[in-house]
Design a protein around this ligand. Sequence first.
Ligand code: PLP
Length: 363
Amino acid sequence: MYACKALPNVSIMRLVRAQGIGLDTVSIQEVELGMKAGFAPDEILFTPNMVPFAEIQRAVELGVHVNIDSIPMLERFGAEYGGSVPLFIRINPHIMAGGNERISTGHIDSKFGISIHQLRHVERVVASHGIHVHGLHMHTGSDILEAEVFMRGAELLLEAVVHFPKVRFIDLGSGFKVAYRDGDIVTDVEELGQRLCTRMERFVEGRDTPVEIWFEPGKFLVSEAGVLLTRVTQIKQTTATIFAGVDSGLNHLVRPMMYGSYHHILNVSNPQGAPHIYTVVGNICETDTFGWDRKVAELRVGDVLAMLNAGAYGHSMASNYNSRLRPPEVLVENGVACTIRRRETLDDLLATQFVPEDDRTDV
Ligand SMILES: *Cc1c(COP(=O)(O)O)cnc(C)c1O
């Protein structure tokens, strides 16, 4: 399942679907976009958090797989549908994973999932409403390096299957780490695949219902495929450093400021230039540093810079802050470039507002 929040462009979803991959969604809007991209409802898993019940009802109406992540919601679901609509349950296995508090979702203080220690309670709710649990899910966060973390999670979910005999799907979420710098170690998916297969062969022995293992990578599928192209607007020497300003900022790529993520920066216009040390910053009225003390081939005003690993959580987290426009998205496929989202215009900013001569609508 492709976690489309990383890059929710429908053209990308269509490409992903052509590879035989399903869709992992976290909002009803992503579900609807997925269906517009051609996914069948049963190819979509909906894993919302803290949504009103109406959003879950809508997902049931659309026929997608629903993943429930709190006991009150499970009770509500049971009261409404009994066992007529099979569901997934999101378990919080309390595995501390990932390189960063804000992208780690399985730890003890996390708002996600139902604690593995509440399984008895879940069992009671399931039994009293006759709920049909056909999937167990976990997602412990981003940037997990070791296969060991997935194996521990798998072990916990396999133990839980004993209590829910109708389970056919075990979803181990994501968190596959990708390379941001040369030489970065990435999650060894081959090793993980082998270890899981060995474990699953033992698990299915003597069972009459098969169990599928699912994953839902976002970043792993699209991060390295995406590049943010910006243009150098000014070179400014201060007492501290040489700033290179670009026609972009945290409104287009917020990850460095939000998570401290590293995005390698290349001068596409002057790759053979002598390297200098620059601090590359955006044009937003807020500190928006893409990189301190970066060695980049000599920069001149007008040069095009490429920021790597911008495919995941780049455009999808972009905003109109400072009333600046979001850039287009261009898909390069087999050497052919094609615009899959156009550049915004001032009219896009005005489209949802009321200018003085317009009638306002009372809310
Ligand atoms: C964000 C998210 C993912 C994808 O995470 P990546 O780090 O991009 O692979 C998968 N599943 C759920 C439920 C998520 O919220």
